[in-house]
Design a binder for this molecule. Structure first.
Ligand SMILES: CC(C)(COP(=O)(O)OP(=O)(O)OC[C@H]1O[C@@H](n2cnc3c(N)ncnc32)[C@H](O)[C@@H]1OP(=O)(O)O)[C@@H](O)C(=O)NCCC(=O)NCCS
Length: 309
């Protein structure tokens, strides 16, 4: 299973391979590296065993173990993999930089790259970290990366802070505004669908209404400035809006019930794979001609666009 190479201003993070064993053992040869761990990885056999466990990783795509290289030299390791300590195997981040390279911001730089890969690249809803209560340097790294301290517990045999990093709103949709010919029809179809997906009414005025989910809201407005009678999804402009749904069963349920709320199925003969074999989605169109796609991301996400019309 291959991991992407992550590049930063000073570092290259690439997938750990067997040929890195000796370099990694060397990084951990300073007993200071193991100060906050239950095992002493300055013992080459212990460090080599740790490399074995890392090489044996078989988990979700895009997660795993990297070496941290600076100018071609392995100076540390980093990981993002399902936690063995936290419930549900949530993704857990870890970072280790050799003592000879400490104090230059390199762990922060490497950990930032892995965190961004997890939250922005893989679209994980959260990334977790467990940091020994007395590991001040690591707590500083995590704090700098925006990790929130949500408590403490006994993990890896000792008291650890439990930290979580959540996706930032930067660069994400703030709101989406749809101009609709018939506000009542839009409320009936969009209001029902968004309500089913957890959106809540946010704003209301004579010509419009909006619903919000988290930091994003969607507006439907029958604007007096509208310059055409209706929406046509095959014309330039918005073709469709695609929304995440938590499970395939939920997509099935919404697709079935949508007919009672102003939505007709599109590409019904290919349901649920009109977007491709690996893509599970319902395509619906309301009376005003707006198309919505309800997508359940279970298993690896396909590359590229998922529908042509
Ligand atoms: C913890 C570790 C990753 C830090 O690596 P690093 O490259 O030195 O980290 P950075 O330089 O990015 O940041 C460390 C920060 O902690 C500060 N720091 C270091 N030792 C400290 C201490 N004892 N008390 C308080 N702050 C300390 C540094 O000054 C630096 O802050 P600054 O940039 O504001 O000066 C590295 O020492 C290490 O690998 N340790 C062993 C393994 C480990 O504990 N990993 C973390 C597992 S959760």
């Amino acid at each position: 299973m291959s991991l992407p190479t992550l590049t930063t201003a000073r570092l290259k993070l690439r997938q750990l391979v067997e040929a890195d064993r000796e370099s990694v053992v060397k990084v951990f040869s300073d007993p200071e590296m193991s100060r906050f761990f239950a095992a002493d990885f300055s013992d080459p056999a212990a460090a080599s065993g740790m490399v074995d466990r890392r090489l044996a990783y078989r988990g979700p795509a895009g997660q795993g173990h990297w070496v941290i290289e600076r100018d071609g030299e392995v100076i540390g390791v980093a990981h993002l993999r399902p936690s063995s300590e936290l419930p549900g195997g949530v993704p857990e981040l870890g970072y280790y930089v050799g003592a000879a390279h400490a104090g230059q911001g390199l762990a922060s730089e490497a950990a930032r790259a892995v965190l961004d890969h997890g939250l922005d690249g893989l679209g994980l809803p959260a990334v977790w970290a467990l940091v020994h209560e007395n590991n001040a340097a690591s707590r500083k790294v995590a704090g700098r990366l925006g990790f929130l301290d949500v408590g403490s517990g006994i993990h890896y045999g000792d008291l650890h802070r439990v930290l979580v990093a959540l996706p930032a709103t930067h660069g994400r949709p703030h709101h989406i505004e749809l101009w609709v010919p018939d506000l009542a029809e839009a409320e009936r179809s969009w209001g029902w669908l968004l309500g089913e997906l957890g959106w809540r009414e946010f704003q209301r005025w004579p010509d419009g209404v909006s619903w919000r989910l988290g930091a994003t809201y969607l507006v439907v407005e029958a604007s007096p400035a509208m310059s055409a009678a209706g929406h046509e999804r095959t014309r330039p402009g918005l073709n469709h809006l695609a929304l995440h749904v938590d499970t395939r069963a939920h997509v099935d349920d919404l697709a079935t019930r949508a007919a009672d709320h102003g939505w007709q199925p599109l590409f019904a003969d290919m349901y649920p794979h009109a977007g491709g074999d690996a893509h599970y989605a319902a395509y619906l169109e309301n009376d005003a001609g707006f198309e919505v796609e309800l997508v359940a991301l279970e298993g690896p996400a396909p590359a590229g666009p998922t529908t042509g019309s």
